[in-house]
Design a protein around this ligand. Structure first.
Ligand code: ADP
Length: 618
């Protein structure tokens, strides 16, 4: 309601201000026009009066004696000339003269006031009649109007009056001229001012309208953004509540049940829902990074085939469950090593594979293939496609699927779940890698998601900052039992449940764990007895002193153990830029959060030789 009133007020103010500007401008224009008319009227009136006076300077008789050029030598000619000159000087006009109608629409100059130029007067060739002298010939004094008179004399204001003889006939025309440049200038300036005011008015109205339109558009945009935010929140709330519901429900069932099998089933469901929830959270975080233009690529040299294997490994289990046939085809030309953001590329492929598994019925088939489409100036263009025999996508829905929160049909989200963010994120990543992504699909028959990326060939070295940090350490042979008896870890973690998870997860390994509630406490504990610890697990985001700072302080303690002790970051930020930050702070390694048990075990195996024995008491 408040916003509605505010909008009305803005519109009202715009129209009120435009209207008042319009009225002021119109009024000023009218005033200026009447001032100009008044000026004109005065000047013209004065000139007509002067022409009438000039008509009396010489008599009809005197003028009738001046006809040929020889008559110019008569004393009367000079006398009249002088009288005219005096008259002009007294009345402040430029020219005073006499004309005569010589028939055939032409006039002849008889005499004027001008002594300076070589005056010819009676010898001057006839000049055509103008309107004003014609009126004088008919006995009426008039003016030619500003700037109108005459051929070659446009800067003069002229007035003409008849010279009558005793019978009342017009024998000559008396003319007076004044240079009216100033008057014309003033008149033109007034006209210019009017034009300027009109232009200003137009600008005021147009810019006002523009401003108003902009305001309205902004208001609409913010309304749309509010609506999108609302839709986003309700969609995300649904997406997060669904797995949360499963987790809470299954936990309750597991607690109530004494049947081990049932408990196992519940735990399996809880694990599935949790990893789904994690996916949703990751998508939202990625999307917010994209929105804030914060998504950056971190190129490294990587083994393309291994990256594909890992991506396939992530969906293999689900594909197996649905008895789908998942095959990978890599064209022989594709370089084994490439230089690019391996994680982000794997993210796109995993997303497409995940969708293919999700939208393909049991027993269907999925093909992941990669080929080298082009190689120029050391840059390879790879074309990667994921083809399935799934439900397919109708043509009209294909183009919008790459927009945020878009799903083919509302029913799809109910049936299959999903945030509708995966393809939007994939599109952005692919574009950042200099490529494009598109769909080829037939409804009911299957879909192909194809994309290209541009990458340099990579070097034959694996520059992974965590050389052994593959997901779950899958290429490692599993041990019968991992025992770290005799070792002690310092765990810096501010959240109690996270501390409990680590302690409980590692209980079977006999690893002794000392907990610190933040970075400062971890530094203090370590400082008290550096040799007491064999490894440090360091959460990154902690109050007071964060994991980076705590690591820096430990490394700077100046005792040999402080420099040697392995420090493993435990952080939810798993992209290379985050990992690099950990490395720069002095950490050795990293495990992602939520914790993957295998990953933690992998780090323990790497940094702690097995079977040490009893924990030395302090
Ligand atoms: P999500 O899968 O989380 O809903 P995506 O952006 O990955 O979000 O996909 C958007 C939509 O595109 C899906 O909801 C689905 O309607 C459609 N889609 C994606 N991949 C496929 C596929 N392989 N077969 C059929 N439809 C698909």
């Amino acid at each position: 309601m408040k916003k509605f009133l505010h909008d009305r007020l803005v519109v009202f103010m715009f129209f009120a201000s435009t209207l008042s500007v319009l009225v002021i401008m119109l009024y000023t224009s009218v005033m200026m026009k009447s001032t100009a008319d008044f000026l004109k009227y005065n000047i013209e009136g004065r000139m007509i009066a002067l022409s009438r006076l000039a008509a009396r300077i010489a008599t009809a008789d005197e003028l009738s004696g001046l006809v040929t050029s020889d008559d110019m030598n008569k004393p009367i000619f000079g006398d009249i000339k002088r009288r005219l000159a005096d008259f002009a000087a007294e009345t402040d006009i430029t020219y005073a003269y006499y004309l005569r109608d010589i028939g055939g629409g032409e006039m002849q100059f008889i005499v004027d006031n001008d002594f300076t130029e070589e005056t010819v007067n009676l010898a001057t060739p006839p000049i055509p009649y103008e309107e004003s002298p014609k009126m004088a010939q008919e006995g009426i004094a008039s003016t030619a109007g500003l700037g109108n008179y005459s051929i070659g004399y446009d800067n003069l204001l002229s007035a003409f009056a008849p010279v009558f003889d005793a019978e009342g006939s017009v024998v000559a025309i008396a003319g007076v001229d004044v240079i009216d440049e100033r008057t014309i200038l003033i008149r033109n300036r007034i006209a210019l001012l009017v034009v300027f005011m009109l232009a200003t008015l137009i600008i005021v109205i147009v810019s006002g309208f523009k401003g108003l339109t902009l305001y309205r558009n902004k208001a609409k945009q913010s309304e749309a953004a509010d609506a999108a935010k609302g839709a986003f929140l309700s969609h995300m709330s649904h997406e997060m509540r669904t797995p949360m519901n499963a987790i809470i429900g299954m936990t309750t069932i597991a607690k109530m049940s004494s049947d081990v099998e049932k408990k196992d089933h519940c735990i399996k469901k809880i694990a599935e829902a949790s990893s789904h929830l994690l996916g949703v959270i990751n998508d939202i975080l990625d999307m917010s990074k994209i929105d804030a233009n914060k998504l950056a690529l971190s190129p490294v040299s990587f083994n393309f085939e291994k990256m594909l294997q890992r991506a396939v490994g992530i969906v293999n289990f689900q594909a197996d469950e649905k008895r789908q046939d998942l095959t990978v085809h890599i064209d022989g030309d594709v370089p084994l090593f490439l230089s690019g953001d391996e994680q982000r590329l794997a993210q796109v492929i995993t997303n497409l594979l995940g969708n293919a598994v999700k939208f393909t019925p049991e027993g269907g088939s999925i093909i992941l293939s990669a080929l080298l489409a082009d190689e120029r100036d050391g840059i390879c263009t790879l074309q990667i496609s994921v083809t399935d025999t799934g439900i397919g996508i109708p043509k009209e829905q294909q183009s919008r699927l790459f927009g945020s929160f878009e799903q083919a049909e509302i029913s799809t989200s109910h049936k299959f779940g999903g945030t509708g963010l995966g393809l939007a994120i994939s599109k952005r990543i692919v574009e950042m890698m200099g490529g494009k992504i598109w769909i080829e699909s037939e409804f009911g028959k299957g879909s192909s998601f194809i994309f290209t990326v541009r990458m340099k060939r990579g070097a034959d070295e694996f520059s992974d900052p965590w050389p052994c940090a593959g997901p779950s350490g899958t290429d490692r042979s599993p041990r019968e039992k991992d025992c770290f008896l005799g070792y002690r870890a310092l765990l810096a973690e501010d959240i109690e449940i996270n501390r409990e998870i680590v302690q409980t997860l590692l209980e079977p390994t006999s690893l002794s764990i000392v907990c610190a509630k933040n970075g400062a406490e971890a530094v203090e504990l370590f400082k008290e007895a550096p040799d007491r610890y064999d490894i440090i697990f360091m959460d990154v985001q902690m109050p007071e002193v964060d994991g980076y700072e705590a690591t820096r302080r430990i490394r700077a303690l100046g005792v040999p153990k402080a420099e040697e002790i392995p420090i493993v970051a435990m952080t939810a930020n798993v992209f290379r830029e985050d990992i690099k930050k950990c490395l720069d702070a002095g950490m050795n390694d990293h495990v992602g959060k939520p914790l993957d048990f295998d990953e933690v075990m992998d780090r323990l195996r790497r940094y702690l030789p097995q079977e040490r024995g009893e924990v030395p008491s302090l």
